[in-house]
Design a protein around this ligand. Sequence first.
Ligand code: FAD
Ligand code: EPU
Length: 345
Amino acid sequence: MQVFTNASLKPYHTFSIDISCDVLVIIESVEDLIQVYQDAAWEDLPKLMIGKGSNLLFTEHYSGVVIVNRIMGKRVSEEADAWNIHVNAGEDWPSIVEWSIEQGYAGLENLALIPGCAGSAPIQNIGAYGKEFKDFCQYVDVLTLDTFESKRLTPEQCRFGYRDSVFKHELYKKVVITGVGLSLDKDWVPCINYGSLQTIPSDELSPKRIYQEICRVRMAKLPDPEEQGNAGSFFKNPLISKAHFDKLKTDFPDIVGYDSGEQVKVAAGWLIDHCDLKGFQVGGAMVHPNQALVLVNVNHASAKDIVQLAATVREKVRVQYQVELEHEVRFMGSTTETYLSELVG
Ligand code: FAD
Ligand code: EPU
């Protein structure tokens, strides 16, 4: 376990904002984790477990202990019809996907290049290009923070939804995730409904070919946090009623939406783009010029710049389409989680 006081968080989150915390601890085992929670010196300090910080915006100095999860390790077991992979929570998700494809364990290819740790994947049920974490989840291992017991949750207990799970609700602040179990069906079925995936010739279809295409599309569309700080889609794609969507469709015939049960999921990127906000800047923060759903740190942005930019985007979308955007990115204040509505009204 490594401990740093008054530490910079800049290397530990992908927005690349110069911000700090009272204590930063890098843990490598569940025993380290328990030790951090039981240490008398830190008893009264708030604690925040993070993975790679790729879905986080620290809005100010964090007056507490940031725990960086680096609990590593994975193991594979084989069944007649599936590969079962246990992955400890600190493993890097994109590396796990790449490794699984190389090993011939097909299935995770659509979830390539999503930054973050494996243990963070269940929290917002990461998803891309037609697949979500829940499609492969066999179980999620957690440590309960009241009794320090380990528990194994079934996918049903995780209550996965679109960018949602029990970890944002009933189990929020009550558990930390220590490992995940993935089950990959040997009877591989390609998922190629999304755009350019449909152009792959059928005789070339393989997990590796899809993996390569997803990597190509993602690298072309999304800014690399190493070059421009960002946290991926800043807002979720909002769900609105069919009646509301039909009305918008009359005024904006090109609007993009997908049926989602009784509702329609609208492409927030389209809404923001068609408010003419691409390239719009507040201080060092900018709406990405190619993918309007991503806010980027282009020039030493402060957290305030990002918050003000997000507020402007949300307001313009509300006025133009009467649609309320909800941020996907988690905001951390000085001691607890906070929200755009709390920061700017
Ligand atoms: P962090 O940002 O470190 O943490 C996120 C939240 O989870 C925080 O509230 C944190 O306290 C909590 N947390 C972290 N670890 C634990 C734990 N072990 N136990 C309990 N709580 C924990 N997401 C998608 O779904 N699809 C995409 O296609 C996608 N593309 C992206 C592209 C880019 C360029 C970027 C920067 C982000 C993208 N994201 C995407 C968002 C991000 O990759 C995911 O949300 C990812 O799962 C975050 O992992 P992390 O380890 O960085 O989590
Ligand atoms: N669009 C525009 N202008 C833009 C951006 C998008 O018109 O500036 C349109 C596109 O043309 C397309 C539609 O909006 O018709 C959807 O765009 P895209 O396919 O790029 O996907 P997205 O809805 O913006 C979602 C996820 C991504 C995920 C991709 C691929 C959310 C909030 N975002 O983005 O996840 O990688 O689909 O499946 O659901 C993330 O969560 O951080 C993330 C990157």
